[in-house]
Design a protein. Structure first.
Length: 219
């Protein structure tokens, strides 16, 4: 299994101090910065777009992982890559049959490409993407809001997905989990096969950010 990486979500940050928050994550041992992009259509809330990514890009050398919870993600790729995104994750539900070709397009433009599924989407919807993906993301809450409770059925999906990857010669593929991760459940989540751990509330609510990031990584 690939090494465990912690990807705090800036959705849980103080938006009035975003530069400071990104620097704080960088200094406190985060591995990746997870940027939750919401369009008010694929999910009800609106967060931010490529302009935010462009603004924080000079403030950190960490990879910027952009999770696009948007309809018509194909219209956004160019803007996020120009803004400095390292990875772009697109939802299977927003892409339909175009998932794999959009991922190839993202890669052709020089970024990493990942495929995401919502809790109600069967894990098999990711199988076609395994060959091309730089990472796979299994949502463990309904997308749109931070601070929700981890959906336990996600563990079975992670196990199935890791087993499929191993069987198909992709044992080292990054599998990300997003939503409701805490210090208490991260151990079983990693045991189930996830290795890239998104955490919003758990990281930003902690009194000691460095300690919680270390604890999540070494659980
Ligand atoms: C949900 C987002 C998640 C969310 C995670 O739509 O994709 O990244 O911010 O937040 P927590 O860790 O608070 O569940
Ligand atoms: Zn996310």
């Amino acid at each position: 299994m690939p090494s465990v990486k912690i990807a705090p979500s800036i959705l849980a940050a103080d938006f009035s101090k975003m530069g400071y928050e990104v620097e704080r994550l960088t200094e406190n041992g985060a591995d990746i910065i997870h940027c939750d992009v919401m369009d008010g259509s694929f999910v009800p809330p609106i967060t931010f777009g490529a302009q935010m990514v462009k603004s924080i890009r000079p403030l950190t050398s960490l990879p910027l992982d952009c999770h696009l919870m948007v309809n018509h993600p194909e219209t956004q790729i160019d803007g996020f890559i120009k803004a400095g995104a390292d990875n772009i994750s697109v939802h299977a539900e927003a892409c339909g049959k175009g998932l794999v070709s959009l991922m190839r397009e993202i890669q052709a433009h020089g970024a990493k490409a990942s495929a995401v599924i919502n809790p109600e989407t069967p894990v098999e919807a990711l199988f076609d993407a395994v060959e091309v993906a730089d990472m796979l993301l299994v949502m463990s809450v309904h997308p749109g809001w931070g601070g929700q409770k981890f959906i336990p059925e996600t563990l079975e999906k992670l196990k199935k997905l890791r087993a499929f990857c191993v069987k198909n010669g992709k044992a080292d593929l990054d599998i990300q989990v997003d939503g409701g991760v805490t210090e208490d459940n991260v151990g079983e989540i990693i045991a189930a096969g996830a290795n890239v751990i998104v955490a919003g509330s758990t990281v930003f609510r902690a009194a000691d950010m460095r300690a919680v990031i270390t604890k999540l990584r070494t659980a």
